[in-house]
Ligand binder design. Structure first.
Ligand code: GRF
Length: 215
C-alpha cells in the first residue's frame, strides 16, 4: 500500500477526483493526508468529510520561502509519502525542497506544456488564438512546469469561449486525466527516460475530447 499526500491551495476538485478513483478502483494506495498552505482551502473540508487527515501549513506564518519549505517538508516526512501529489497547489517550491523529494512529486498544470507555463494559462491560450487547450500531468523538477510529461488531455477552444468557459472544459478533462496518470505511477506502470515517459502497457498518454461542433 502506497502512501499519498495531496497538496492543495483551494477548491480541491482534483483531490476529489483522485480520492474517488482511489477508493472506487481499489488502488494499492491511500491518501495519508491533505496539506494546504491556505487555511480557507475548500478541499480541506472535503478531506475531513472523507476522514482524511487535513493539515494547514500557513504560508503567512513562514514569510521566507525556505522557512515555509522546511515546515512543509517536516509535515510531509511525518506521513512518509511514497508519492506527493500537487493538485491545484499554487506555491512555488524552492530547488532544495524539490531536490529533497526528487522523483516523488507529480503535478497537474492547466495547459498543454510546454506552452503556457505559470499562471493565467486559459487567458493566454485565448489571447494566442489557440484552437485547442488542455492539461498536462508531469513529474516535478526544479524547472517550473518543465518536468517529464506523463499524460496530456486536449480539449477544443470554441467560439465565444471566455477564460471561465475554457477553464471549466479543461477542468473536466483534468478530472479524467489526473487519476488515470497517477494510478499508472502508483502501480509502477511508467518508465522514465530523461524527459520521455512511457506507459508500459501501451495505454494512451493522450486524451482528446472532440465534443465541440467545430471539431
Ligand atoms: C486546476 O485547474 C489545476 O490544474 C490548477 O489549479 C486548478 C485547481 O483546481 N493548477 P482544484 O483545486 O483541483 O479544483
Amino acid at each position: 500500500m502506497k502512501n499519498l499526500v495531496v497538496l492543495i491551495s483551494g477548491r480541491g476538485s482534483n483531490l476529489r477526483s483522485i480520492a474517488e478513483a482511489c477508493s472506487a478502483e481499489r488502488w494499492p494506495a491511500r491518501i495519508a493526508a491533505v496539506i494546504s498552505h491556505r487555511p480557507d482551502a475548500l478541499g480541506l473540508a472535503y478531506a475531513r468529510e472523507r476522514g482524511i487527515a487535513a493539515q494547514v501549513i500557513d504560508h503567512r506564518a513562514h514569510p521566507a520561502r525556505e522557512a515555509f519549505d522546511d515546515a512543509l517538508a517536516a509535515a510531509l516526512d511525518r506521513h512518509a509519502p511514497d508519492h506527493i501529489v500537487l493538485a491545484g497547489f499554487m506555491r512555488i517550491l524552492g530547488d532544495a525542497f524539490v531536490q529533497r523529494f526528487a522523483g516523488r512529486m507529480i503535478n497537474i498544470h492547466p495547459s498543454l506544456l510546454p506552452a503556457f507555463t505559470g499562471l493565467h494559462t486559459h487567458r493566454r491560450a485565448l489571447e494566442a488564438g489557440c484552437t485547442v487547450a488542455g492539461a498536462t500531468v508531469h513529474f516535478v523538477t526544479p524547472a517550473l512546469d518543465h518536468g517529464p510529461i506523463v499524460a496530456q488531455a486536449v480539449v477544443p477552444v470554441v467560439a465565444g469561449d471566455t477564460e471561465q468557459t475554457l477553464a471549466a472544459r479543461v477542468l473536466e478533462a483534468e478530472h479524467v486525466l489526473y487519476p488515470r496518470a497517477l494510478r499508472w505511477w502508483i502501480e509502477d506502470r511508467l518508465a522514465v527516460d530523461g524527459l520521455r515517459v512511457t506507459q508500459l502497457d501501451g495505454e494512451p498518454q493522450l486524451i482528446v475530447r472532440k465534443d465541440s461542433p467545430r471539431c
